[in-house]
Design a protein around this ligand. Sequence first.
Ligand SMILES: *[C@@H]1O[C@H](CO)[C@@H](O)[C@H](O)[C@H]1NC(C)=O
Length: 226
Amino acid sequence: MLGSPWLLWLLAVTSLAAGAQPLTPQDPEEEEDSTATPLRPVPCDYDQCRHLQVPCEELQQARPVPCLCPGLSSLAQPPAPPRLGEVRVVAEDSHAEVHWCAPASPVHHYQLLLWEGTKAPHRGPLLNATIRRATLRGLQLGSTYVLCVVAANDAGESLAPGPGSEDPDGVASPTFGPCGRFSVPPRPSTLVHTAIGLGAALALLSCAALVWHFHLRQRWGCPRHH
Ligand SMILES: *[C@@H]1O[C@H](CO)[C@@H](O)[C@H](O)[C@H]1NC(C)=O
């Protein structure tokens, strides 16, 4: 007889403890208590590698409860170098898709530097701070390029090695640095033609060898048959 009310009470206590909404209306004091329990700050939905990513401070301002942003370097300093990600080369229309990740610094804009061998770097247009992806057009087939991503703010630009430097940082380890090296393969039809040419040459050679072999046999006969 006493068992079921006890059980209900226990259930009510455990559901309250589990944070479920109580069914009974509460007086304002208790409600204030429940909002006063410190809300756990959650990280903002910010991804330093996401294309068209709104700056984290803007995400923070848009929320009623501020979320957490990654720490940034001082505004009085130039940004740290961005991290160059994948460079996808599409040889058929000689372009490349570039992707990078933001540094943990305030960034005003990005710029791409591209050069071939020891030629002077070509500077791309200014890209706003939300951008993480760009397309390089007009690449030359069969060429090798070095690409660097530069981040800039009012204090200056992030470091990027120039074409003069011997072993530029980041070019050797493109996984972590702002720079990377990539090659545009030669025109696919050139490869096909080369393969056909090689195949034809091989076939001709083997034909010539066969002809020569039978010619010799006819001329001198086979010694075993005599
Ligand atoms: C940044 O550039 C992109 C693409 O050009 C554009 O869609 C976006 O509105 C720009 N954002 C700002 C804040 O200017």
